[in-house]
Structures are given as structure tokens and as C-alpha cells.
Write a protein that binds this ligand. Structure first.
Ligand code: FAD
Length: 289
């Protein structure tokens, strides 16, 4: 299908981009890698009059570490950069690994981490692991900037807290005492398929004691979901196989899956049980993978 006509705008600064978004309102759309936006335009699902490309905003690209803050990932960073980046591989390899589960190499070469989050698709792979690591979104708009916990970023399928004039600039994974984290996605093919369910867990272990636990479920609710009751099963306790199994069952009960073409609600609940147990075990035993 042919993409409908639009004006292509290439702001040189973030402020200029926000001003354009503010001026044109719902008639404008941000373009990062275009792996989702262009497909929607080709399929006639979106017909923006203005495309505001982020391609000249070099500050939104790249990954750096700032002591006292953490790892900062520019929203325009592609998935392949997240997979290959040494800082992430050393500090949070579970994030690199999650990016590596997505799509095919070619799509990972154009798709960005920011686009993956703003898209707010329930099955997206990056939100669960980033939320499990308490990541924050740095959002810039006409009235300034704000930091939002990624856990609060998603409002529903395709909906985020971003206002019309706002751009997701960076994702910050804060320095933390987390000792291990893991994301496992179950797709219908071994590679390149969307998650039927995905679970991320992070733990802060002190010997055999789980001082803190975060479990985040993907593709089983309208937004990524913290399994807080399952977390409470382990938090402050000496870890045992029995408690891990209990946490898996409770996480499954907390999930709110639907039945669709990729799997039934019942099957998804079963997957949440299995993946919660596996990610917890990995995070506890092996650290970040
Ligand atoms: C074949 C294929 C396979 C895929 N497989 C997977 C998969 O396995 N797992 C998965 O999670 N996803 C998958 N995706 C979805 C998609 O590739 C990713 O979500 C990708 O990260 C989107 O990034 P992008 O830069 O291409 O976004 P774009 O298409 O450029 O933008 C997506 C949306 O986000 C907005 N946007 C982008 N960046 C910003 C920003 N910085 N600030 C404000 N708004 C912004 C755009 O306006 C648009 O609404 C797949 C897509 C394709 C085509």
C-alpha cells in the first residue's frame, strides 16, 4: 500500500521538535526508526499530515554511564546497539539480552528503544525488564522536562503519559543494589516472534535472603504488570524452591491475559507461572543474564 502524503519535518534541536509537535498537535507524529509507524501508515491505520523526524537529534542516541545516576540510554538508540553495548553488557546484560530477543537483525537495526516504549504494545519486550530494574523515562516538552518511573509510563495499549508536545528523550536505569535480573519471552517461533507472554524478574540477594524482588509481566495485561503479591512471597525471606513455585502460581493468578490469535488466556497464565519461576531462579542463581 502507498503511504499517504505528508510534510516531512527535520528539527535540529529537541526544543524545535517539541515546538512543532505543539503547533501541529494530533496532525503530527514523531518518527524514530519507523518500523512501527511506517507500517501503520502503509496499512492506512495512521494518516499524519506532519512527520517530525528525530534523525538530526544526535543527543538522543547512544548509551553512557554516569556515576551516581546509572546507565542512560538515548531514546533513538537502536535495539542492535543495546544488544552490543559494552556498558549494558557489563552492568545490565539482561537488558541487552531482552533487546536481542526482538524481531530480526534488520528490524533491530532500525527500531529504537524509545519507539518500543512509546508504541506501548502490551507484548513489547523492553518494558518488563526495564521496569524490573526501576528504570525512569526522561521526557522533554514545551514546558520543560520531567522524570517518570517507567512503571507509571504506560496507560493502556498504544497509550502513554506523553503529552502531544512531548518526546521521550532518555531511559535511565539507576545505580542499584540489584544482584540479578532476567527476562524470558515465550514466542510461537524460536526467533523473531512477538511475545505470547514475557516475564522479567530482578532480585537483591543477601546470601540466601531475598532482600528485594521485582516481577514484571508482559503481554498478559493491557500494560506491563508488576506481580506485587508474587514479589511479597519472596521479599525478606530465605529463598526456597517451594517459595519460588508459590510465587509462580501467584503471578499467574495476578495476570490478566486475553485470548487472541497467539494463545488462550489459560495458556498465557500457565506461561506466566513457568516464566516467573525460571526468571526468578536465573536472577537468584546466576546474576544478570
Ligand atoms: C517485523 C517486525 C518484528 C517486530 N518484532 C518485535 C518484537 O519481537 N518485540 C517487540 O517488542 N517489538 C517488535 N516489533 C515492533 C517495533 O519494531 C518496535 O516496537 C520498535 O522498537 C519501534 O521503534 P521505532 O524506532 O521503529 O519506532 P517508530 O515506528 O519510529 O515509532 C513508534 C511510535 O513511537 C513514537 N515515537 C518513537 N520514538 C519516540 C520518542 N522518542 N518520543 C516520542 N514518541 C516516539 C512514534 O510517533 C510512533 O507512534 C517488530 C516490528 C516489526 C516490523
Amino acid at each position: 500500500m502507498i503511504v499517504p502524503e505528508f510534510d516531512y519535518l527535520t528539527p535540529q534541536t529537541l526544543n524545535e521538535a517539541c515546538a512543532l509537535l505543539g503547533e501541529y498537535g494530533s496532525r503530527a507524529k514523531v518518527l524514530a526508526g519507523g518500523s512501527d509507524l511506517v507500517v501503520k501508515m502503509k496499512n492506512g491505520l495512521l494518516k499524519p499530515d506532519y512527520i517530525v523526524s528525530l534523525k538530526n537529534l544526535q543527543d538522543l542516541k547512544g548509551i553512557r554511564y554516569e556515576a551516581g545516576t546509572g546507565v542512560i540510554i538515548g531514546a533513538r538508540t537502536t535495539h542492535n546497539r543495546v544488544v552490543e553495548n559494552e556498558i549494558l553488557r557489563e552492568r545490565f546484560p539482561s537488558v541487552s539480552a531482552a533487546a536481542g530477543t526482538m524481531a530480526a537483525y534488520q528490524v533491530r537495526n532500525i527500531g529504537t528503544i524509545g519507539g518500543n516504549l512509546v508504541n506501548a504494545v502490551p507484548s513489547a519486550d523492553m518494558p518488563p525488564i526495564l521496569i524490573a530494574l526501576s528504570a525512569k523515562a526522561r521526557i522533554v516538552g514545551l514546558s520543560g522536562e520531567r522524570l517518570v518511573d517507567l512503571e507509571e509510563f504506560f496507560l493502556g495499549p498504544g497509550k502513554t503519559v506523553l503529552n502531544q508536545d512531548e518526546i521521550l528523550a532518555e531511559i535511565i536505569i539507576p545505580d542499584q543494589a540489584t544482584t540479578g535480573s532476567s527476562y524470558i519471552k515465550f514466542g510461537l517461533r524460536r526467533a523473531g516472534s512477538l511475545a505470547v507472554a514475557g516475564v522479567a524478574s530482578s532480585v537483591m540477594m543477601d546470601g540466601e535472603m531475598a532482600e528485594d524482588v521485582r516481577i514484571v509481566l508482559g503481554a498478559v495485561a493491557p500494560t506491563p504488570l508488576r506481580a506485587r503479591e508474587a514479589e511479597a512471597v519472596l521479599r525478606g525471606k530465605k529463598v526456597s524452591q517451594e517459595l519460588i513455585e508459590q510465587a509462580g502460581k501467584i503471578a499467574a493468578a495476578e495476570s490478566k491475559p486475553i485470548t487472541d490469535i497467539r494463545g488462550s488466556a489459560e495458556y498465557r497464565r500457565h506461561l506466566v507461572d513457568v516464566l516467573t519461576r525460571r526468571t526468578l531462579k536465573t536472577a537468584i542463581e546466576k546474576g544478570h543474564v
